[in-house]
Design a protein around this ligand. Sequence first.
Ligand SMILES: Cc1cc2nc3c(=O)[nH]c(=O)nc-3n(C[C@H](O)[C@H](O)[C@H](O)COP(=O)(O)O)c2cc1C
Length: 236
Amino acid sequence: MAGITDGNFCKKLVPYGFDMVTLGGYNADKLTIAAGHKIIQRGRSEFDIKEEEIMSSIKKEAKMIKKSWNGMVSVNLRSVSPDPMIEISKITDIDVLEINAHCRQPEITDIGCGQGLLYETEKLYDFTKKIVDNAHSKVSVKIRANIENVDDIEVAKAVEEAGADYLHVDAMKPGYNHADLDVIKSIKENTNIFLIGNNSLRDLKSAREMISAGADGISIARAALKGNIPFDLSMI
Ligand SMILES: Cc1cc2nc3c(=O)[nH]c(=O)nc-3n(C[C@H](O)[C@H](O)[C@H](O)COP(=O)(O)O)c2cc1C
C-alpha cells in the first residue's frame, strides 16, 4: 500500500505466517514520481522518493526485513519504461519484482502506467516480457479485475505467455465489499500461472473461499492496516 508498506510495516506482519511481504508501491522513474507529487498534493498517501535515491531506499527497506526473516520480499513498482524495474530487481534482498498494472489514480493511468497497462494487452505483454527476460528476481504482475473495456482472461493469458511467475489479481467487484470469485475461477480455468487472489479477505471464511475458487495463494491489504491479521493464516 503506497505510503504505508515500508520495511518497518512489513516487519510487523512477518510473525503472522506470511511467506511473502510486499514493499511499495513505489514510483520508479521521473514521470511516475511527478505523478506521485500531484497525488500527494490532493491529499493521498504516496512514498515520495527521489529518482536517484530509489535503489538505495528499496535496498535499505528490504535488508531491514531480511535481517530477521528468511521469507520472500517483493516490491510493487510503477514506471513508464521497464528499465528502472529491471535495475531494482538486481537488489539482492528483493525476491520478487511486482509490476503494478493495478493503480487507478488518474495521474498514473494518464501516463500509461498502473491500470493503464491493461487496456493494450500487447503492450502489457511486451512490458512484462522485457522484465521477465532481464530481471534478476522472480516477476509478478498485479492487476485489477472487472475494469470496463478490459478482458481479464486476455490479460491473464498475456501475463502468463510473457513468462511471469505470479499473477496477482485484485478481484474487485464494483459496488460489493467482497471479492469476485467468478473472475478467479475463470482465470484459473484458462491459465496455469501461480494465481494470488486478493480483495476483501478479512476472515477465515473469505480466505478459504478465495482458495476454493482456485487461487494458489492469497494477499491481504486493508485487513492488515493495523499491522496485524484478524485471523490465523495457518487455519486456511
Ligand atoms: C491506502 C492503499 C494504498 C494502496 N496502494 C497500493 C499500491 O501502491 N500498489 C498496489 O498494487 N496496490 C495498492 N493498494 C491496493 C491493495 O494492495 C489491494 O489490492 C486492495 O486494497 C484490495 O485488497 P484488500 O481488500 O485486502 O485491501 C492500496 C490500497 C490501499 C487501501
